[in-house]
Write a protein that binds this ligand. Structure first.
Ligand SMILES: Nc1ncnc2c1ncn2[C@@H]1O[C@H](COP(=O)(O)OP(=O)(O)OP(=O)(O)O)[C@@H](O)[C@H]1O
Ligand SMILES: [Mg+2]
Ligand SMILES: [Mg+2]
Length: 310
């Protein structure tokens, strides 16, 4: 079968590893830059023009959509889905996971542990009450659109928290105010979920004196064995957001694991290097299996002699 990786750069570690894994499993790989895909929509059905030609014969896609191009990228994923290709992560689930606030709302409804979080449009003067509502200083203030740890601020005192909130508010930036989980000690856990299983997990520890554990902020990663409770939390979080492939970030706290966010295009480099697990292979096995199952279903529906490609 032919599996496409939607990626802007074929040299990226994750892209290269997925190509390798596709070939190792005996399939055909194609890297497709989603930003170079034109979407044609007409009565005869949707199709894609890529580098001047109609894109055909792709059985499955693995989206690797950057946060800055979520709208365009997910439109391309949706087009593939409508054309009958299987997607490792559904377009709707990517959209859902990209909005930190929406994700936390869904996870809260699913009863998952999380740092207590508040969101407001800050009608003048309610900063103080809101900060108190999540437990008072120290408190975390987060830009809704941040990634790689940028736009996450730890305000140690009530006064600092108020000024940071006011500053962001003045800039019309959308933020959440969140309980600071001190016991996490500058570390977090990344659990990599594929098809209802945790295939690898690592603990990321922030640099000395840094509360953010992001590898981009100088953190380092080591392999970790998850507790039953942590495993369950990771699987439930991925399930609640509808993601078959997900990187679930959690903090270890006195009251158990607290979900921070769920990533729909999680990187492979850190986790494969920390755990030594062939995560790319696990993703491809899941995708290939799903395509086969889909094909069988189609055959059944169309009768024994169907020539339907699968
Ligand atoms: N409520 C909190 N309490 C304690 N530490 C926190 C809290 N929120 C975030 N952190 C720390 O800050 C880091 C960055 O936060 P978060 O993951 O929410 O931001 P991000 O910018 O979206 O990062 P990413 O690149 O992973 O998407 C976390 O990995 C964690 O170490
Ligand atoms: Mg994030
Ligand atoms: Mg994070």
């Amino acid at each position: 079968m032919k599996i496409a990786i939607l990626s802007r750069d074929h040299n990226l570690y994750s892209t290269r590893r997925l190509v390798e894994a596709i070939k190792a499993a005996g399939h055909e790989a194609q890297v497709v830059d989603h930003m170079l895909c034109d979407l044609i929509i007409e009565q005869d059905g949707p199709y894609i023009i890529y580098k001047g030609e109609k894109l055909e014969g792709i059985d499955a896609i693995i989206p690797r959509i950057g946060a800055s191009v979520t709208f365009y990228g997910t439109a391309v994923v949706r087009q593939f889905e409508l054309m009958g290709a299987f997607s490792a992560v559904e377009s709707q689930a990517i959209v859902r996971s990209r909005d930190k606030l929406r994700s936390l709302q869904i996870l809260s409804k699913a009863g998952l542990g999380m740092p207590k979080t508040a969101f407001t449009n800050f009608s003048k003067g309610n900063e103080k009450a809101l900060i108190e509502r999540v437990g008072g200083a120290p408190v975390i203030i987060k830009l809704l659109e941040g990634t790689q740890g940028l736009g996450v601020v730890l305000a140690e005192t009530k006064k600092a928290a108020q000024s940071v909130v006011e500053a962001f508010h003045g800039l019309k930036a959308r933020i959440i105010v969140q309980e600071f989980v001190k016991e996490a000690k500058g570390a977090d856990i990344r659990a990599f979920v594929v098809n209802g299983k945790v295939v690898g997990a690592m603990k990321r520890q922030g640099a000395e004196g840094e509360f953010r554990s992001n590898l981009h902020r100088g953190g380092n990663a080591t392999v970790i064995e998850l507790s039953k409770q942590e495993k369950k939390a990771a699987l439930n979080a991925a399930k609640a957001l509808g993601l078959a492939v997900a990187g679930v970030d959690m903090l270890q706290s006195d009251r158990g694991p607290l979900i921070l966010e769920v990533n729909s295009s999680p990187g492979l480099e850190g986790i494969e290097q920390a755990t030594g697990v062939d995560i790319a292979g696990a993703i491809i096995a899941y995708v290939a299996d799903s395509v086969k199952k889909k094909g069988h279903k189609k055959k059944k529906k169309n009768g024994q002699n169907s020539q339907g490609r699968h």
